[in-house]
Design a protein around this ligand. Structure first.
Ligand SMILES: C[S@@+](CC[C@H](N)C(=O)[O-])C[C@H]1O[C@@H](n2cnc3c(N)ncnc32)[C@H](O)[C@@H]1O
Length: 397
């Protein structure tokens, strides 16, 4: 075994030991959301907290900011529109990943002469925070006094809150509806085989009554009725959105992710759920492989997010595809500007074109990714915001 691999496997083992100990203390098994939470966020060991590279060619997956600066430059235009209406305000980015999105947005806003008072970042991973700091210092040393990392949500945020691919990284509960309609929660139990340790999925009556209530709600709306049916549900989304709503005094939230409206999410044919894992650009469905070394994600139920936001007092300001959002913000014009600055036939020009295609093509990110806008204390006539002006999908939620 090579040095790097043995370090990685020792890391996985330490995380496995931690999860085993917690499962033993809990009576033998853990609900899937707790397993996922530990796999991704256990202090010093979880995937997003420990040191390995995650984003880009040398990591496990690529997100929109890593594909093209156009993503951040378009978002900058949406931020500019909101900041001009507010007079002034901050931007808060949740889960800023590599820091590229923040750097691109600041590029766009600086060029427009409309910088936010502060660019705030809330990032649970200490290692990621350091990477973001390095990148932002390298690209925006002149703005260092405006960029701050927070340990918790601020109070009275006025401005814009951004979360790109954050909701898909939130721990989800998994459930199974068996033949006969019985609802079980999928739990995770450590398993010892001959010289091997592993994980078994076990079915049990839901311990958290909120799970049964949420599934009953889906079924009352004619969803998740096929049998047998496996899927997942994000019970943390409601409290999370309520906390975001409390934190914001006035402004617009933009939540961008891959996902569906609930009718599409819980349709009969999607009877194996949406859980996927990313390890070194290999996409697969085994959350128990590469423990602590791979991303585990679930698609987002945007209907649930919109409902939770509205229940927390937010206005549904927009819902559209990533392609329509970016095109409405003038992505083609921005691309032409960038291409005119890149020498014809150079790899930079080619990369700009390829990145732009990835962002908007329906077969790539264009349709699969959605943008949800939730507003607080903005007048209805202060909209529709430019990003939502091309295609309004709110009726689907
Ligand atoms: C898939 S990555 C996306 C990173 C980045 N936004 C991008 O688009 O490249 C998920 C990010 O969300 C962060 N995250 C997860 N839960 C969070 C929460 N409750 N608040 C803020 N960030 C969170 C993770 O630490 C990680 O940086």
């Amino acid at each position: 075994m090579e040095g790097g691999d043995s370090v990685a496997s020792a890391h996985s083992q330490r995380l496995a030991d931690l999860i085993r100990a917690e499962a033993a203390a809990a009576g033998g098994s853990l609900p899937f959301d707790r397993f996922m939470e530990l796999a991704l966020y256990a202090p010093r060991l979880g995937y997003y907290v420990a040191g390995a590279e995650k984003f880009g060619a040398g990591g496990d997956f690529v997100t929109a900011p890593g594909l093209s600066p156009l993503f951040g430059l378009c978002l900058a235009r949406q931020c500019e529109e909101v900041l001009r209406v507010l007079g002034e305000g901050d931007i808060l980015e949740l889960g800023a990943g590599s820091g590229e999105l923040a750097a691109d947005i600041l590029d766009g806003l600086q060029a427009a002469g409309c910088l936010p008072s502060r660019y705030l970042i809330l990032e649970p991973g200490a290692e990621l925070r350091e990477r973001q700091r390095e990148l932002l210092l390298a690209r925006h040393a002149n703005l260092a006094s405006r960029i701050h990392w927070l340990d918790r949500l601020p109070q009275d945020l006025t401005g814009i809150l951004l979360a790109n691919e954050v909701m898909d990284a939130m721990p989800v509960n998994r459930f199974q509806i068996g033949l006969g309609g019985r609802l079980d929660e999928i739990r995770v139990r450590p398993q010892d085989g001959e010289g091997e340790q592993g994980w078994a999925e076990v079915l049990a009556a839901p311990q958290d009554p909120a799970l049964a209530v949420a599934i009953a709600g889906l079924q009352a709306r004619g969803l998740a009725l096929a049998q047998p049916y496996n899927s997942e549900i994000n019970l943390r989304l409601g409290p999370w959105l309520a906390a975001l709503a409390t934190s914001m005094k006035r402004g617009l939230m933009l939540l961008i992710d891959y996902g569906y409206d609930e009718a599409d999410y819980y349709r009969p044919e999607r009877s194996m759920g949406t859980l996927v894992c990313h390890y070194r650009h290999h996409v697969h469905g085994d959350p128990y492989a590469h423990l602590g070394l791979q991303d585990i994600t679930a698609h987002v139920d945007f209907s649930a997010a919109a409902r939770a936001g509205q229940a927390a007092g937010l206005e549904l300001a927009g819902f559209t595809t990533q392609a329509h959002f970016l095109l409405a913000l003038g992505m083609e014009e921005l691309l032409a500007e960038l291409l005119s600055g890149a020498e014809c036939g150079t790899s930079r020009g080619l990369n700009l074109l390829l990145g732009a295609k990835q962002l908007v093509l329906p077969s790539a990110m264009g349709e699969r990714f959605r943008v949800l806008g939730l507003a607080k204390s903005l007048r209805p006539d202060q909209g529709p915001w430019q990003g939502f002006s091309l295609r309004d999908l709110r009726g689907r939620l």
